[in-house]
Design a protein around this ligand. Structure first.
Ligand code: 4NP
Length: 154
């Protein structure tokens, strides 16, 4: 069983969207994976995702039911891949990560074929079109991530 935790800042937009997309793939393909998501900040603990996150997922026939949570040190024991969205998330997550588990941290677009290693931009202050761009970036990166770990899933 592979355990994946997506991490962003507020746990309202990018990481809930990423988790919902991966969970959709897991269900489609019956993959041996568990998923979760969280934010490095505590601003939105217990809150549902941004309505625009829910809307863009719904347009792509993906449902979501999530309540905000914050990244904690123990997550690094419990998950195999902790996948952040941008350099700022990486910096924040490294402050929480026990030293021996820092190698479990990845950036989402380390797996992307376009602009590899770049940030998944935060759509929070943007408009709905930024959520659509975010969805496409996450979908592509997640499919490439799954391709990369395919052999681990067997
Ligand atoms: P996210 O976006 O990190 O993609 O969930 C944000 C959501 C909320 C805030 C910042 C970014 N905020 O400042 O409340």
């Amino acid at each position: 069983m592979i355990r994946v935790m997506f991490v962003c800042l507020g746990n309202m937009c990018r990481s809930p969207m990423a988790e919902a997309i991966l969970r959709h793939r897991i269900n489609e393909r019956d993959l041996a994976m568990e998923t979760a998501c969280c934010g490095t900040a505590n601003y939105h603990i217990g809150d549902p995702p941004d309505p625009r996150t829910i809307e863009v997922l719904k347009k792509n026939n993906i449902t979501i039911n999530h309540k905000g949570q914050q990244l904690k040190s123990k997550d690094f024991e419990d998950y195999d891949y902790l996948i952040v969205m941008d350099d700022s998330n990486l910096k924040n997550a490294l402050q929480v990560a026990p030293k021996e588990y820092q190698s479990k941290l990845y950036k989402m677009r380390d797996f992307d074929s376009l602009a590899r290693g770049s940030n998944v931009n935060d759509p929070w202050y943007g408009d709905y079109s930024d959520f659509e761009i975010c969805f496409k970036t996450l979908e592509r990166s997640i499919d490439l991530f799954l391709g990369k770990i395919d052999s681990d899933l067997k």
